[in-house]
Design a binder for this molecule. Structure first.
Ligand SMILES: Cc1cc2nc3c(=O)[nH]c(=O)nc-3n(C[C@H](O)[C@H](O)[C@H](O)COP(=O)(O)OP(=O)(O)OC[C@H]3O[C@@H](n4cnc5c(N)ncnc54)[C@H](O)[C@@H]3O)c2cc1C
Length: 430
C-alpha cells in the first residue's frame, strides 16, 4: 500500500467511471487530486489562433468547479496548480512525499510529450507514474487488432470490433476520499487566462455548462425527458435546436462523462423503451470517436502534417489571409457556409453537417491549407478534441481515413437538402 498518491486530472474531469481515481484510491492510504492550468494551452499556435478560445475555456472552468465540489463532498478537494505540469507536479511530490502519480493515458503528440516530461522529473524523485486509458468506449487492449494493424477503413474496424470485443463495465464512483490537509487553491477566472467571456448568443443550440452534473442532466434530457434518442438517426443531420443530436461532445471532450457511461445508459434505455436504429446509431458515432483516437495511436504525428496519413500526397499550401478571414467571418459567396461559420464564431458550436460542409469548402473551393481551418476549429470549438478534430479534417481534406480518397461536398445541394426552408440560414444571417 502506498501512503500518498497524486491523481492528476486532465481531460477526465469526473468522478464516475474514472479508473485512474479509483485505482489510486485502492492502492494508497490517501490521495491528492490535482489539475494543472498550463498557460501554453491558452497561447497562440503556429497558425495564429489561440489554442483554446473563450467558449471552451469557460466550459473548462465550470467543469473544474464542478469536479472540485464533487471531491469536496467526498472529503477531499481539487488542488489547482498554475504552470507547467513537469515543474508544478514535482513540487507537490516533494512537499507531500508522494510515492506515485496516477493519470489518464495520452495518445496525441503534445500531450504525450508532457506526460513523458513529467515522468522524467518524477523518476529523479523516485516517484512512480502510472497512466491509465480511460477515454474510449473499447479499451485498446480489448480490440481484435494490435494498434499497428487497426484497419485504416472505419467500417472494417467497426465490424470486427463489434463482433469480437466487449465493452468493459463502468467503474462506480468512490464514496469517500482520504487526503492530507491540502492548500486551498483557486480556479482562475477567464480573464486570468488572457481571454474574455463571450456573452451567450440567444440563438445558440444550447446553453452549454461544463461539469459532470451538467453532462448527466443533458443525458437525462436527451434520453428520458424528450426521448430524443429514439429518433436520433432521423434527426442527427439537423441544424437548428438543442435536440437534433445529443450535444454530448463538449462533456465527452473534457471527460465530464465517459463514453462507457453513455453506452450503458443506451442499453438501459433500450431495455425500457426498445432498441431501434437510432439507439444503435449513437453508439455507432461513439465508435467513430474511438476510431480517431486509435488512429492517432497508430499514425501519431502524421495527422498534423499536410499529407496526413497519405504518404507524400501533394496538398494545397495556400494561406491567403483574405480568403481565410472571409471564411471565418461568414463573408464567402455561399450563404450556407456563412451561416455555419457565424454560428461557430458566436457560439463555439456547429452541427456535424455544418462542419463537413465548411471543411470541404475550405479545402476544395477555397483551396487553402486544411490545417489552418483545423487550427481555427481548435481555437473556436467548445468540444475541441485533438483526434476528432484533426482526424475529421484530414478525412475531408482527403489525407485521412476516407476510403473514397477525396470527398467533395456540393454545398448548394447540401443546403437545399438540409436547410430546405432556409430556417437555419435565416436564423444566422438575418
Ligand atoms: C471537420 C470536423 C471537425 C470536427 N471536430 C470535432 C471535435 O473537435 N470534437 C468532437 O467531439 N467532434 C468533432 N467532430 C465530430 C462531430 O461533428 C461532433 O462530435 C458532433 O457534431 C458533436 O455534436 P453531438 O455531440 O450532438 O453529436 P452526436 O451526433 O450526438 O454524436 C454523439 C457523439 O458521438 C461522437 N461523434 C459523432 N460524430 C463524430 C465524428 N464524425 N467523429 C468523431 N466523433 C463523433 C461525439 O463524441 C458526439 O458527441 C468534427 C467533425 C468534423 C466534420
Amino acid at each position: 500500500m502506498i501512503k500518498t498518491a497524486i491523481v492528476w486530472f486532465k481531460t477526465d474531469l469526473r468522478i464516475t467511471d474514472n479508473e485512474t481515481l479509483v485505482k489510486a484510491l485502492e492502492k494508497s492510504e490517501c490521495i491528492i487530486p490535482i489539475y494543472c492550468v498550463d498557460e501554453s494551452h491558452f497561447k497562440e499556435t503556429k497558425y495564429g489562433f489561440k489554442k483554446t478560445g473563450s467558449f471552451r475555456a469557460q466550459f473548462l472552468l465550470e467543469a473544474l468547479e464542478d469536479l472540485k465540489n464533487s471531491l469536496e463532498k467526498l472529503g477531499s478537494t481539487l488542488v489547482i496548480l498554475k504552470g507547467k505540469p513537469e515543474t508544478e507536479i514535482p513540487k507537490i511530490v516533494k512537499e507531500f512525499k508522494v510515492q506515485k502519480v496516477y493519470a489518464k493515458k495520452e495518445i496525441a503528440f503534445e500531450e504525450k510529450k508532457t506526460e513523458q516530461k513529467v515522468q522524467e522529473e518524477l523518476f529523479k524523485l523516485k516517484c512512480e507514474f502510472e497512466a491509465i486509458s480511460t477515454s474510449t468506449l473499447y479499451h485498446a487492449e480489448d480490440l481484435p487488432f494490435s494498434i499497428k494493424t487497426i484497419p485504416d477503413v472505419f467500417t472494417d474496424f467497426r465490424k470486427k470490433t463489434e463482433k469480437e470485443s466487449k465493452i468493459r463495465p463502468c467503474i462506480a464512483q468512490p464514496t469517500q476520499i482520504k487526503s492530507p490537509v491540502l492548500p486551498q487553491t483557486k480556479i482562475p477566472t477567464i480573464t486570468e487566462l488572457g481571454l474574455e467571456l463571450t456573452p451567450l448568443d440567444s440563438r445558440s443550440v444550447l446553453q452549454f455548462k461544463g461539469g459532470e452534473k451538467e453532462a448527466l442532466n443533458r443525458l437525462n434530457h436527451f434520453f428520458y425527458e424528450t426521448k430524443a434518442l429514439g429518433t436520433y438517426k432521423e434527426t442527427r443531420n439537423g441544424l437548428v435546436g438543442a435536440d437534433y443530436s445529443s450535444k454530448f461532445s463538449p462533456w465527452l471532450a473534457l471527460g465530464c462523462i465517459s463514453a462507457r457511461t453513455i453506452y450503458f445508459e443506451v442499453k438501459k434505455y433500450e431495455t425500457l423503451f426498445g432498441s431501434n436504429s437510432s439507439t444503435y446509431w449513437l453508439i455507432f458515432e461513439l465508435m467513430w470517436r474511438d476510431y480517431f483516437r486509435f488512429m492517432f495511436k497508430k499514425h501519431q504525428t502524421k495527422f498534423f502534417i499536410s499529407s496526413g496519413i497519405k504518404e507524400n500526397k501533394k496538398m494545397n499550401t495556400n494561406t491567403n489571409a483574405t480568403l481565410i478571414a472571409d471564411w471565418i467571418n461568414g463573408n464567402t459567396s455561399s450563404d450556407f457556409i456563412n451561416a455555419n461559420m457565424i454560428e461557430l464564431k458566436l457560439t463555439g458550436f456547429m452541427s456535424n453537417r455544418g462542419r463537413q460542409n465548411v471543411a470541404s469548402y475550405f479545402c476544395n473551393e477555397l483551396n487553402l491549407d486544411w490545417r489552418i481551418g483545423t487550427a481555427y476549429f481548435e481555437q473556436q470549438l467548445i468540444d475541441y478534441d485533438v483526434s476528432s478534430n484533426w482526424g475529421n479534417w484530414a478525412y475531408i481534406a482527403g489525407v485521412g481515413n476516407d476510403p473514397r480518397g477525396h470527398r467533395f461536398f456540393n454545398i448548394e445541394k447540401q443546403a437545399n437538402e438540409y436547410d430546405k426552408k432556409m430556417e437555419y440560414r435565416n436564423l444566422w444571417l438575418k
